[in-house]
Write a protein that binds this ligand. Sequence first.
Ligand code: SF4
Length: 631
Amino acid sequence: MHPDSKSILLISMPFAGTSIPSIQLAILESYLKEREINIKTRHLYLKAADFYGLNNYNFLIYPPNDSYTAQMVFSRYVFPEHWQKTEDRFRKYFNENLSKNKDIQKQFTFEHYVQQTDKFLNWILENTDWQSYDIIGFTLNYGQLLPSLAVAKKIKELSPDKKIIFGGSRTTDLLGVKILESFSYVDFVVSGDGEDALYRLASDYQNYKSIPGLMYIEGNEIIWNESDSFVDINNAPIPSYDSFYEELKTSSLEVQQYYYYNGRLPVEISRGCWWNKCSFCNLNIQHKKYREKNVDKIIKEIQVLSSRYKILDFQIIGNTLPKTDYRILFERLKELGKDFTFVAEARAGQLNSYDYTLMKEAGFTTIQTGIESFSQHYLKKMNKGTRVIDNIAALKFCRENGIINRYNLIVDYPNEEPVDFEETKKNIQLFKQFLDPPQICNLRVLFGSPIHRNPEQFNIQKFEYAPIDRLMYPQEFLEKGFNFVYGFKRKKESSGNDWVQLVDEWKKERESSEINGIKKQTTIDKLIFYFVDGGNFIKIYDKRNYGSIRIYVLDELEKNIFLACMDVISNHDIQERFPDIPSNQIVQILEGFEQSGIIFHEDDCYLSLPLRCNTRLVHQPVKEEFLLVSD
Ligand code: SF4
């Protein structure tokens, strides 16, 4: 070990999920160990699940609840006077908003929630060896601020010489400054990559004032060494999940089994986002620069982790798939010939039908595409950089390849208009019978997002504190400005659109047609809208209008034009593919398809809608530039 260096204990608190280990701890542990720093990491969210009971813990953190709300009980330790004065309000909130599940409510009462939190905190103080470390660090995501503050405060009370450091998405940029201003027992905050800042703090503590990315207090002032330096993720060591597995071994059988049945190891493929322009997203404050691991490095990490921990299930950590090398990645994973499963986030408009088939063969079973809307008008407000046609294509390719897509529909923008709703309603009529429905995600304004920085452009008169924040934080702390999410008051009120009803009807329709498909076991009842290839003709079966079936038979030319639209294609490219066919004839055929609802048309692009029921029909893209994406 480094002879004069400080020793570090790094903690991840509840309310992180127990099925995916904290990648932040794993990355930092291996980075610092490689540099001979004495570091220990603790995945204490596993222990919290034991104290609350796994079912109750999952109930607290998964929809309709979330980890942000789950942390409210820790307000009791961070703001004890506030808790004493308002305990009844916490109880009421828990009973009315949080605990809607009557079965769980019977045994997991508010009193139990408080009692178990108390026991859990005492357990941490008595059973984690924090006394042996000089620096105690906390990685903070969405729902970990209050739990981390509660432990940091206690440690500082018991041992004022310990240095407390916070890092992670919840403390990035100005949020970190505000947190340092507000909580005197936090000594340092790292904004951005934590690896080097933590290493330098441990190895060269006396010079902490020169560490890039570090925030610290000097007199009454907060100093933030803003920096453009970034860690090279291609040279980072492979993350170590040893501590996670050690912690898991000491957890209840229930928590262990849950992980072994549902768990995934995170593999980081990139940091930041190459698009980085969506108006609701605040990733820009966390990672100012997009970086991507090369495919060799990703493959090596997956192989090493799989063999070291005997696991085949991975969570890809990256806000999008690799910008250009995604196909090489899928091919290399496929070549490994293992029964991997991957869950990843993706961007619409990036991959074509061939890529989705390759992705499925590589082991990608579930993806979350950043769909957000089926209205072109709304997507522009979001500055998503994708089109409705790209969104439909992504869902169609997923359905054809049996990839689950868990995507969101973002609604309740401050400048939402009736046209956003009407356009969505009209567009989904074409595919809601056979493509899976979204989850509704009501917009909450994130600190540092373009909406937060430019409220007037989005019809916002003023920001408001979220009800849960008004409950968890005393008024004087609310005003310190470290809140991560905000509500808003509109300048001009909008009439409100019934998104819930729209999506509920979609869900019900899909559920009943799924059941019908299982019962009847016919292709038409399973796929609803599909085509089969007869060589010089194609037959399209259409049961979108429930109760009646339409069959379209396309002749050879129609077939070829139809197949050209399996991927999103522009009018210009179709014309280029059929140089011998007069352009007005092509346009006529396309118009006929559009009138029958066989293709979706947006601007000058087309996409066929029926599902292919045979992956043999996947073809390599004609033009390689279709694979490239631009900023
Ligand atoms: S929402 Fe996704 S695509 Fe948009 S900026 Fe954020 S990370 Fe990038």
